[in-house]
Design a protein around this ligand. Structure first.
Ligand SMILES: [Zn+2]
Length: 464
């Protein structure tokens, strides 16, 4: 049995898929107006690894992660840079794909673009107008919140409380609404907005929330299994997705609402608006994807995750233990696929997967993995044979996206070795700028420098 925390019912619920043997996941992806940071990368990693785990459990998994390429933020950023919004969105979409490719977790099965889903969006808005849940107002279209009595059920908000809040929106916009609670489904084209589409109620572009309702339904249908995203999206984004879809279709959008916690840097969530971001690409340059994945695995997906150099270094040390163990396995373990597995091995493997079945508890799964590493080290070093350990370890690493650690490492080129020595010298002389430059040069050649207990070790980047 696999249980996952469901935000809507605020408890653990068994994952019972809509279609036997299949699991469908939709996770809200980025708004492409700038490069993504480590906080944006968390849902990508969480849901890509969840997919691997569910496949391990025998499900046929479809993972959808949308790309929001029509949005106020994109118009603003494009204006600032003096480029067209379509051009900026296209460039940032390509950059997002390149950055996330470097995580080497594969692409989602579908990556719909809002700009390519306009027909579905218009149809959904029309259905809401026809059923009296939305109204057009001078080219804008608004969702009538008070006509959807269940509004607030995901985020546990009451309409009275929401109505009492000052939204701080511009007066001109507030005047277009029948009620301050209403939110936009479509916005009439404004001056300076260079991307727009024709619709029955006027030329303009969709609101953010309706894009996701339409993209998710268009690809996965109604009542798909898991709707995911960052916990900061619960209100209003996901609350509004639920309202739109249920009001138009009389059926739930998703069976499970699964939210990842924020990455925190300093005392606040990592966010462009806060100004405390570390770009995914920079952290990948510096630490490599293996460390970053180990870092994400170290926290419960639903909880906030602290980001700091110390956290990454801790992940690096954990990773080094696994990497060293993989080397030992290559040297001393019995070949894969031979003999009946050792009892300790099967027990640890079971603990590992049981932890993942229990609300995808990756820290607990890692604990089981490290117990196997500790005992495996002890027994293999003592010359003991441990049947089945290589197979079990490979199976575990595959699910957490670190199976590449088992591949034999290629010998280091002479020139790379020389650069690494030079970097070490620069570091010991306190010339960190030079050391960083050498690290970058090595990265370009396809090497990562990893600082281990036995000093720095050069390894081939798993792919560069
Ligand atoms: Zn969304």
């Amino acid at each position: 049995m696999i249980r996952i925390h469901d935000t809507l019912t605020n408890g653990l619920r068994e994952l019972v898929p809509r279609d036997a043997g299949k699991v469908s996941i939709y996770a809200c992806g980025p708004t492409v107006y700038s490069r993504i940071h480590v906080g944006n990368a968390r849902p990508y990693v969480v849901f890509a690894l969840l997919k691997r785990f569910l496949e391990h459990e025998g499900f046929d998994v479809t993972f959808v992660a949308n790309i929001t390429d029509v949005n106020d933020k994109i118009y603003d950023a494009a204006r600032e840079r003096g480029v067209g919004s379509e051009e900026l969105a296209r460039e940032m979409t390509a950059t997002y794909r390149r950055d996330t490719d470097r995580l080497e977790l594969g692409r989602p099965d579908h990556e719909p673009l809002a700009s390519e889903t306009i027909d579905g969006i218009v149809e959904l808005i029309q259905a809401l107008i026809d059923s009296g849940h939305a109204y057009a107002s001078q080219g804008d279209v608004y969702f009538s919140v008070r006509n959807f009595p269940e509004y607030g059920k995901l985020s546990n908000r009451r309409l009275e409380d929401l109505a009492a809040q000052d939204t701080g929106e511009p007066e001109e916009e507030a005047q277009l609404k029948r009620d301050p609670l209403d939110f936009a489904l479509w916005k009439a084209q404004k001056e300076g907005e260079d991307t727009a589409w024709d619709a029955p109620w006027g030329r303009g572009r969709p609101g953010w929330h309706i894009e996701c309702s339409a993209m998710a339904e268009g690809i996965l249908g109604l009542g798909f299994d898991i709707h995911g995203g960052g916990i900061d999206l619960v209100f209003p984004h996901h609350e509004n997705e639920i309202a739109q879809t249920e009001a138009a279709r009389n059926l739930p959008l998703a069976r499970h609402w699964m939210h990842n916690g924020m990455v925190r840097f300093g005392d606040e969530k990592m966010a462009k608006s806060v100004g405390n971001i570390r770009l995914l690409s920079d952290v990948l340059d510096e630490y490599g994807r293996d460390v970053l994945i180990m870092y994400f695995l170290g926290g419960r997906y639903g909880k906030p995750l602290a980001f700091s150099e110390e956290e990454l270094e801790q992940a690096q040390r954990s990773l080094e233990r696994v990497r060293n163990f993989c080397r030992l396995l290559r040297r001393s373990a019995p070949p894969r696929g031979e003999g009946e597995a050792d009892r300790f091995v099967t027990d640890q493997k079971e603990k590992f997967f049981e932890a993942l079945r229990d609300d995808f508890n990756t820290p607990s799964a890692l604990a089981a993995l490290f117990e196997l590493v500790a005992e495996g080290n002890r027994r293999l070093e003592a010359g003991d044979q441990i049947p089945g350990i290589s197979d079990a370890f490979a199976e575990m690493l595959q699910v957490i996206g670190l199976e590449n650690l088992l591949e034999a490492e290629e010998p280091v080129e002479e020139e790379a070795g020389r650069l690494a020595e030079e970097r070490e010298r620069a570091r010991s002389e306190g010339d960190f700028e030079r050391a960083d430059a050498l690290r970058r040069e090595l990265a370009e050649r396809g090497y990562e420098v990893r600082d281990t207990d036995d000093g720095p070790v050069l390894v081939r980047s798993s792919r560069s």
